[in-house]
Design a protein around this ligand. Structure first.
Ligand code: THU
Length: 133
């Protein structure tokens, strides 16, 4: 699952992200996004972007994902993927990398258009809970 016990099925994770993307609410940008992650207890969680008429209040898909993480029992994110409206792998925005860092830390494995990367590679020298003691 996460410790090399079984390989991570990125196809399954990507399909969960695409499914979430199909339910995005993105009438302003016209740019639906879906994300999915594997949690260290084996469950898969997902999220999609939810925009707002007050544009700046729009929520990235990752906001929904971390809310679902907490609402369904918490845990640590181990593997993450993000897709655009065409279902193609997309890099998460900078703010969302920070959101993911809170619950995945530097070892979180991310699928990117350039291949698998750790969150440490995508958000080097991250500020995080460790700085607050
Ligand atoms: N978006 C996400 O949901 N996650 C990202 O990591 C990148 C951007 C959304 C925000 C907005 O609703 C739309 O994509 C266009 O920026």
């Amino acid at each position: 699952m996460t410790d090399g016990a079984a390989p991570v099925d990125w196809g399954v994770l990507r399909e969960a992200a695409r499914d979430a993307m199909s339910r995005a609410y993105a009438p302003y940008s016209g740019y639906p996004v879906g994300v999915a992650a594997l949690v260290d207890d084996g469950r898969i969680i997902s999220g999609s972007n939810v925009e707002n008429a007050s544009y700046g209040l729009s929520l990235c898909a990752e906001c929904g994902l971390v809310s679902q993480l907490a609402a369904t029992g918490g845990g640590r994110l181990t593997h993450f993927t993000c897709v655009d409206g065409a279902g193609a792998v997309l890099v998460p925005c900078g703010r969302c990398r920070q959101l993911l860092y809170e619950f995945g830390g530097p070892e979180l494995v991310m699928e990117t258009p350039e291949g698998l990367r750790t969150l440490d590679e995508m958000l080097p020298q991250a500020f995080g809970p460790q700085h607050l003691g």
